[in-house]
Design a protein around this ligand. Structure first.
Ligand code: NIG
Ligand code: FE
Length: 387
């Protein structure tokens, strides 16, 4: 195995307990792992050396929530929202029609392009959901395609109830039976997680509970979309079930915040959604002050959040959600890892995977201070540059 000494690090974010953020630092990569971090003056020797020239080095982003398998375009819907048309869950059906009509090659090419976009912006681990197929065949193929890009795949057959063949409203009870029966059976071999959209216009708490239970019975771990558009019992359901993460968390009452703090379920905040739907941003400060574990993710999807950029989400979280730059970077790295039940990524402690984002800036603060500027100059996965 070859070791590499990385020098010239103006600021190194490791999230190690002793010194989570260190200036004038060095790092040694051995194979695909972090072997050493510390002050530049104490750096050991290695087989090769790379000088990053006074830049900041962060753990790569862990984007724990995305919907990349889709076809079609909803820019007109976005434009209408900017002049006051509200976001509604039903828009998902537009993407479902386009996705079903696309070939495997078209869908795969789209995912590849979006993953390349993410890598260029420093994402090194990502989760991808199905949810725009909503037939047995289309959910299974969405997950098979997603699986070519990540191990963190999530079956989201319970995204919305699709329309019937004649365009009539679908039957929710029959659709939940399909999702928990033949669709789950076809999807499970390609998925690690199961998810449901628990919201008005999508699935209620009892339906979400049934979907999560069916997934658990075949070994899929649960996560949930909840409290995005309205107050409701979805977040409390996630906490009651001890899910690893519950995502959106925009409309929260005190009982929801208390349940999150008590359960340890990670609250994954998705500010790209509030940007694109003009909903109020989730209150990250309230969650952090209550002791809730918080993650930030892109929710990259064609309807509610068509951004692949964690730097953009970090900037929004700092400007609009009461997070410090360090809290936002933590949420998008270690927080995302926690939301996927992972401890090998999202940090640059000894033994972690050497997944790095190198910024063309001296500090992580510049991610929010210089919004919209492409500051990530290099992304490494497993000790090797990928973008
Ligand atoms: O996470 N909330 C549900 N699903 C997506 C939106 C999907 C869409 O509008 O196409 C989300 O926001
Ligand atoms: Fe989502």
């Amino acid at each position: 195995m070859t070791s590499t000494l990385v020098t010239g690090i103006a600021e190194l974010v490791t999230w190690d307990d002793e010194q989570p953020i260190r200036t004038d630092a060095a790092l040694v990569v051995d194979g695909d792992r972090v072997a050493w971090t510390g002050p530049a003056h104490a750096a050991p020797s290695a087989d090769t050396a790379v000088d990053v020239g006074g830049r900041a080095v962060l753990p790569g982003w862990v984007d724990s929530h995305s919907h990349l398998v889709f076809d079609g375009d909803r820019a007109a819907e976005f434009e209408a929202r900017m002049t006051g048309t509200p976001y509604a869950a039903g828009g998902i059906r537009t993407t479902v029609a386009a996705t079903r009509a696309a070939t495997d090659e078209q869908l795969t090419a789209r995912v590849a392009a979006l993953v390349t976009e993410m890598r260029r912006q420093g994402t090194t681990t990502l989760e991808i959901k199905s949810g725009y197929g909503l037939t047995v065949r289309d959910e299974a193929r969405s997950l098979a395609i997603a699986r070519q890009f990540t191990e963190e795949t999530t079956f989201l057959g319970a995204h919305v109830v699709p329309a019937g063949p004649d365009g009539s409203p679908g039957d929710p009870a029959a659709y939940v039976d399909l999702v928990t029966g033949p669709m789950l059976e076809a999807a499970a071999p390609h998925a690690r997680w199961i998810d449901a959209f628990c919201e008005e216009g999508a699935f209620d708490v009892d339906q979400a509970r049934a979907v999560l239970a069916a997934g658990a019975a075949v070994g899929l771990r649960g996560r949930l979309h909840a409290n995005q558009l309205t107050y409701g019992a979805g977040v409390r359901l996630a906490c009651e079930l001890g899910l690893v993460a519950v995502d959106h968390c925009t409309y929260l009452g005190d009982a929801d915040v208390a349940a999150l703090a008590d359960s340890g379920t990670v609250a994954t905040l998705l500010p790209g959604v509030e940007f694109s739907t003009r909903q109020p941003y989730p209150d990250a400060r309230r969650l952090l002050d209550a002791g809730v574990r918080v993650a930030l993710a892109s929710d990259c999807n064609p309807g509610s959040s068509f951004t692949s950029s964690l730097p953009f989400c970090v900037a929004l979280a700092v400007r609009e959600m009461g997070m410090t730059p360090a809290e936002a970077v933590h949420a998008a790295t270690a927080g995302g890892a926690a939301a996927l039940g992972r401890d090998d990524v999202g940090r640059l402690t000894v033994g972690a995977r050497a997944d790095l984002a190198v910024l063309d800036a001296p500090s992580h603060r510049h991610l929010a201070y210089r919004p919209g500027v492409p500051l990530v100059t290099a992304t490494w996965v497993g000790g090797r540059p990928v973008a």
